[in-house]
Design a protein around this ligand. Structure first.
Ligand SMILES: C[S@@+](CC[C@H](N)C(=O)[O-])C[C@H]1O[C@@H](n2cnc3c(N)ncnc32)[C@H](O)[C@@H]1O
Length: 341
């Protein structure tokens, strides 16, 4: 039977497994979570376990979807409105083909015959229904990797964390709260944790809380596994990779060590809603507002403003265009803003 876990489909077909996933680490983590394979959390054992004995041929239950090419303009508008209301993301008419391809995958999975029927189905579902998660997972962009935007991480390590350490020596304040908003598969919060573990010599004595949030449940499931593939790991400095990640003997995948995972808590959160948490010293909000229009940006940034402690900092994507909405903040870099103390 086909099954879907964290964006990974597993089909036992034609005498063996056919694995389709966005990246190698995804499907190992997802297979483990799904209990599809024996072997515990060790990626090496999982890799070995993938060499399964041939299975008898099983017919795939493919629902015939006839005459489906692209959404009509009317369907595009309806889906765009639904997506905008739910996420703040604007889908432009140029994305018609992309949206159609992504929706077609939901039609295949649900067995629903056409786009309009799927739209009506989705609208009738409560917002906490699993199909909403699957839909959002499909239509949002999850591209991310560790140490993305290297200049920002150089600043974080060499400037921000070394100042924290120096201040702690005088004030004995050894608490640090960081929010990675729209963290996708967790690459950003794990980068934050890696830098903290590297720079704060007695990190285990600090009260560190890194909160990773995203609207996508599938992305968060993968984030919790702390497993990353070669592509996601390519910018991690060699010394940090060796110290804080375990490499599988077979396959180019890395498992984050507990010293990193224990600093991070993941939970689902929609940026259009206020975050009910104690204020943060530092918030990362990167590569998400580029998909939002002015109104939804304003809503998000008002919530983010409230989530930052006085004197706290916001790290934004360089192309995020947040400056117009944060006139009361001090702009320290094109991507770095300080909330007045
Ligand atoms: C391109 S990823 C960015 C990941 C990471 N911040 C980075 O810069 O590498 C964008 C993420 O934003 C999330 N997202 C989109 N709309 C959202 C919303 N309204 N609330 C929370 N997350 C959202 C998507 O699910 C996706 O994982």
């Amino acid at each position: 039977m086909p099954s879907k876990h964290g964006g990974v489909r597993v089909r036992r077909h034609c005498g063996g497994p056919l694995l389709c996933g966005r990246r190698y680490g995804d499907f190992l983590a997802a297979l483990h979570r799904a209990g599809e394979l024996p072997g515990g959390p060790n990626p090496t054992r999982l890799t070995k376990a993938l060499r399964m004995p041939p299975l008898p041929e099983m017919p795939l239950p493919i629902t015939p979807i006839s005459g489906l090419t692209q959404v009509t303009d009317d369907e595009l508008n309806k889906f765009a409105e639904l997506i905008y209301t739910r996420t703040g993301i604007r889908v432009s008419p140029q994305k018609k083909m992309l949206l159609s391809n992504r929706l077609r995958r939901r039609l295949r999975q649900t067995g629903i015959a056409n786009f309009s029927e799927y739209y009506n189905h989705l609208r009738r579902l409560p917002s906490n229904d699993a199909e909403w998660d699957a839909f959002l997972q499909e239509i949002t962009t999850h591209e991310t990797y560790l140490f993305r935007d290297e200049a920002q991480w150089a600043w974080f390590r060499e400037s921000y964390l070394s100042e924290c350490a120096a201040r702690a020596a005088h004030t004995k304040r050894t608490a640090l709260r960081v929010w990675s908003a729209a963290c996708s598969t967790g690459d950003e919060p794990f980068t934050i944790a890696t830098c903290i573990a590297a720079e704060l010599t007695n990190a285990s004595q600090w009260r560190i809380r890194i909160l990773g949030t995203d609207i996508g449940v599938g992305a968060l499931e993968q984030a919790k596994s702390g497993v990353f593939g070669q592509r996601a790991m390519r910018l991690v400095p060699d010394d940090l990779r060796t110290r804080f990640f375990t490499k599988a003997k077979e396959g180019e995948i890395w498992q984050a060590k507990p010293i990193l995972s224990q600093m991070i808590v993941f939970r689902q959160h929609n940026l259009l809603e206020p975050l009910r948490e104690e204020p943060f010293d530092l918030v990362f909000l990167k590569n998400v507002l580029i998909y939002f229009d002015a109104d939804s940006k304003r809503t998000v940034l008002n919530h983010v403003r409230a989530a930052i402690a006085p004197g706290g900092l916001l790290v934004a994507g360089a192309a995020e265009g947040v400056g117009d909405y944060l006139k009361d903040f001090n702009r320290l870099q094109p991507w770095l803003y300080r909330k007045p103390a």
